[in-house]
Design a protein around this ligand. Structure first.
Ligand SMILES: O=C(O)c1cc(=O)[nH]c(=O)n1[C@@H]1O[C@H](COP(=O)(O)O)[C@@H](O)[C@H]1O
Length: 257
C-alpha cells in the first residue's frame, strides 16, 4: 500500500464522517433539456448541488448549463484530459459558468493539473473566493482491479487512487473524485484538507448498473465523504425528490449521531 501513517492527532475517517455533514449532489444525466429542467426544479432545495456532465452538456449546450447552474449549486463534470495548454484553455473557457466544482482527470499528469489550477487562479484573480474548486478524477468507479490490469496498471484500485490523488493534490487540485472504498487510505495519505467527492453510491437494494466500487450513502458518510454523487437511483425513481429526500435522511442518520 502506498500510504504514510496518519499523524497521531489526526481524526480517523470514521470520527470525521460522524461529525461533518456529507452533502448530496444529484447527477442530472439526460439528453433532454425539458427533462433536465424538470429534474433540476424537482430537486431544487432537496439536494445540495446538481451535477451536469457529458450527456446534458453535449446534448443541450453551455447556455442550458448556465441556466440550470444559475439556480442552484453546480458541479460541472466535463473531466478534461489533454495536453496542459489545451486543458488550461478549456478550464478558462468554462470558469465563467461559475460552478462550485469542476473536474479534470488526474491521469493527465502533474503538469496538466498545475496548468488547470493556474488558469483558474488567473481567471479569478480579482475574486479568489469565487474560484471553482478543481477536482481531479482518480480511478473511475466503474473500474475494478481486473480493468486496471487490462490498462497495464499493476496496482489495486486503492493504491492507484492514492498515487494519482497525491500527484493531483501536490499539483494544485482542491479535491479528488474517488469511490467510498478509498476515502480512508486517501485521508491517511493526504490528511483532511482535500475535498473528497464520491460517486458509485447505491442505496441498499438498488441496481449497481455499470458501477463496480460502490457503497451505500450511509457507508460513504461514515467513511468521511464530503460530497456524494448520485445519478440513476434518483433520476430513474418514480419520484426523484422523494428518492433524494430518503438519501438525505440516510446521510443525516450517519453523520449526526
Ligand atoms: O466524475 C464523476 O462524477 C464520476 C466519476 C467516477 O469515477 N464515477 C462516476 O460515476 N462519476 C459520475 O457520477 C455519476 C454516477 O451516476 P450513477 O451511476 O447513475 O449514480 C455519473 O454522472 C458519472 O459520470
Amino acid at each position: 500500500m502506498v500510504t504514510t501513517p496518519a499523524p497521531a492527532n489526526q481524526p480517523s475517517a470514521n470520527q470525521r464522517g460522524a461529525h461533518r455533514r456529507t452533502k448530496l449532489i444529484a447527477a442530472i444525466d439526460t439528453h433532454s433539456l425539458a427533462h433536465g429542467q424538470q429534474l433540476a426544479t424537482q430537486l431544487n432545495g432537496v439536494v445540495d448541488a446538481i451535477k451536469l456532465g457529458f450527456e446534458f452538456t453535449y446534448s443541450c449546450g453551455l447556455e442550458a448549463v448556465r441556466a440550470l447552474g444559475a439556480k442552484q449549486g453546480l458541479f460541472l463534470d466535463l473531466k478534461l484530459h489533454d495536453i496542459p495548454n489545451t486543458v488550461a484553455q478549456g478550464v478558462a473557457a468554462l470558469a465563467p459558468l461559475g460552478p462550485l466544482l469542476m473536474t479534470i482527470h488526474a491521469s493527465g499528469g502533474s503538469a496538466m493539473v498545475r496548468a488547470a489550477r493556474n488558469a483558474l487562479d488567473e481567471a479569478f484573480s480579482a475574486n479568489p473566493g469565487a474560484r471553482p474548486k478543481l477536482i481531479a478524477v482518480t480511478v473511475l468507479t466503474s473500474l475494478d482491479g481486473a480493468a486496471l490490469l487490462e490498462l497495464g496498471v499493476d496496482a489495486t484500485p486503492a493504491q492507484q487512487v492514492v498515487r494519482l490523488g497525491r500527484l493531483a493534490i501536490e499539483a494544485g487540485a482542491d479535491g479528488l473524485v474517488c469511490s467510498a472504498h478509498e476515502i480512508a487510505p486517501l485521508r491517511q495519505a493526504l490528511g483532511e484538507a482535500p475535498l473528497l467527492v464520491v460517486p458509485g453510491i447505491r442505496p441498499a437494494g438498488s441496481a449497481h448498473n455499470d458501477q463496480k466500487r460502490i457503497m451505500t450513502p450511509g457507508q460513504a458518510a461514515e467513511a468521511g465523504a464530503d460530497w456524494i454523487v448520485v445519478g440513476r437511483p434518483i433520476t430513474q425513481a418514480a419520484d426523484p425528490a422523494a428518492a433524494a429526500r430518503a438519501i438525505q435522511a440516510e446521510l443525516a442518520a450517519h453523520t449526526n449521531p
